[in-house]
Write a protein that binds this ligand. Structure first.
Ligand code: LRH
Length: 475
């Protein structure tokens, strides 16, 4: 994505897109990290061409929790393992024996997700690869290392490892010691806006860019950049960053670490400018992506547009599933698993693709509702608007259902909030824009097209649906 700032304007242009295809090999699901790095190089070349050969800066954000291990020479020890791989099965139980979940939450404020980095490290414990490792680099930090030759650990993404104390915004040696994690594996912390090196001569040569090109640490966790890219006015808003995941919550100054928050499965990830992203991870459009993948493998391509139109005509709230259920994390056979969840909870199975898609969208809206209500209750912050950003902002049906379910106005867009949040933090570090998040967000409101959804429909129907799979009504 090429961002440009000129004369108070801000624009973003997609100059290159590449697929991210996980590879199962030797029984393990991996990221094809070299293909991704090649995609980054191709993207830089395309961005340079579009910008006349000169870039003022580069910033990298990606999904959270995953990492690559380096040996003493800086060489990568194997392909990073995908967080959806089954290696973490049973790891949480082993970690709980070393540190009770209540204590782990009180120290880190992180929602229990079976794939958090601490569980991946617990699963890797005793492996020759971990024994040989001298460095651990989170995915954006690994790409930045290859681009610059410099190593660092960006803080917003570090906060998803479950090894950071959100009060001190630093590593928790207590947690690391209890779990036998060597914090020496992590290079020093960087904060969004910190310098992260310059593109290496070999990278300049390969991409045709003119140096020097500084690399800036941004909110390298994509969700941190997406929340920075929420075009909110004032502080009374909830956000839902929708894509493969839906990350729904509020922005706070300080973490909420109580037992009630732990039981509600809320996370305190760190944000740009000292903020806390108090949110819940919801399965997101992954549920639909996986259905489409299944359908296109048995009978030609399944097209999203006509499917969503048919889903819009299907009976509302006929069946819903718990879109927060970790049982949906693993890939494969998604339509069947959704039907099974409907059966288990005494609801009719979807009869066709449109009904399956409707079930997914109603279920996501319902999970958005629960997260928006719970975030307010647990943080004490009352909100008057819900911002939907990320790829799901294009999905008008999902945005309208979310407005209906929450009983709140939804502002949809920008879909590329993560890229915009990334670019704005770089631009500020370079002195091209000034101010805090409020000023950056005002720039977004003034430049990005947004869509407004007014809540309609029947709040009681959503409350009834929430009760179907044992989700107690919490507002
Ligand atoms: C979204 C995301 C999310 C994480 C998940 C692993 O892309 O970063 O915030 O929980 O991926």
């Amino acid at each position: 994505m090429l961002g440009s700032l000129a004369d108070g304007g801000l624009s973003l242009r997609e100059v290159h897109r590449f697929p991210n295809r996980p590879v199962r090999a030797g029984g393990t699901l991996h990221w094809d990290i070299l293909a991704l790095y090649q995609g980054v190089l191709d993207g830089l070349r395309a961005a340079g061409r579009a910008a006349g050969g000169r870039l003022a800066g580069v910033g990298i954000d990606s999904w959270a929790v995953d990492y690559g291990l380096l040996d003493a020479s800086g060489a990568l020890l194997g392909n990073p393992v995908h967080y959806r791989d089954a290696r973490t099965d049973g790891a949480a139980e082993r970690v709980a024996e070393l540190l009770p979940p209540e204590e782990l939450y009180a120290a880190t404020g992180l929602q229990h997700l079976p794939f958090n980095t601490v569980y991946q490290l617990a699963a890797a414990q005793g492996s020759p690869q971990l024994a040989a490792a001298r460095r651990l680099l989170l995915i954006p930090d690994l790409l930045a290392y290859w681009l610059t030759g410099e190593q660092g650990t960006e803080l917003t993404n570090a906060s998803t490892t479950q090894l950071v104390d959100p009060r001190t915004r630093d590593w928790s040696s207590r947690v690391a010691d209890a779990l036998g994690v060597d914090l020496g594996l992590f290079p020093p912390l960087r904060r969004p806006g910190d310098p992260a090196g310059r593109l290496l001569p070999e990278v300049l040569a390969e991409t045709g860019l003119a140096g020097p090109v500084p690399v800036t640490a941004v909110g390298s966790h994509d969700t941190a950049s997406a929340v920075a890219g929420v075009p909110a006015a004032g502080g009374r808003f909830a956000y839902i960053a929708t894509g493969t995941w839906s990350l729904a919550g509020v922005e706070l100054d300080a973490p909420v670490l109580g037992e009630e928050s732990r039981r509600a499965n809320f996370t305190n990830e760190l944000g740009v400018d000292g903020t806390v992203r108090y949110l819940r991870n919801i399965m997101g459009l992954w549920l639909l992506q996986e259905c489409l993948r299944e359908w296109s493998s048995d009978g030609g391509p399944a097209e999203l547009g006509p499917l969503l139109a048919a889903a819009g005509r299907a009976t509302p709230l006929r069946s819903v599933v718990d879109a927060g259920d970790p049982a949906f994390i693993a890939p494969g056979r998604m339509p069947e698993r959704i039907a099974a969840a409907c059966r288990r909870t005494g609801q009719p199975e979807p009869r066709d693709r449109a009904e399956t898609a409707r079930c997914v969208l109603d279920s996501l809206a319902l999970a958005h509702r629960a997260a928006v209500f719970d975030a307010q209750r647990l943080s004490g912050l009352a909100v008057d608007t819900v911002h939907v950003v990320g790829g799901g902002a294009h999905n008008e049906l999902l945005c309208q259902l979310t407005a209906d379910a929450c009983g709140l106005p939804v502002v949809a867009g920008p879909a590329e909030a993560a890229a915009l949040g990334n670019v704005l933090v770089q631009a500020r570090a370079a002195g091209a824009v000034r101010g805090g998040l409020a000023e950056l967000r005002a720039l977004l409101r003034g430049t990005q097209p947004l869509r407004h959804h007014t809540p309609s429909g029947d709040g009681a129907a959503w409350a009834e649906a929430a009760a179907r799979f044992g989700d107690r009504e919490r507002s």
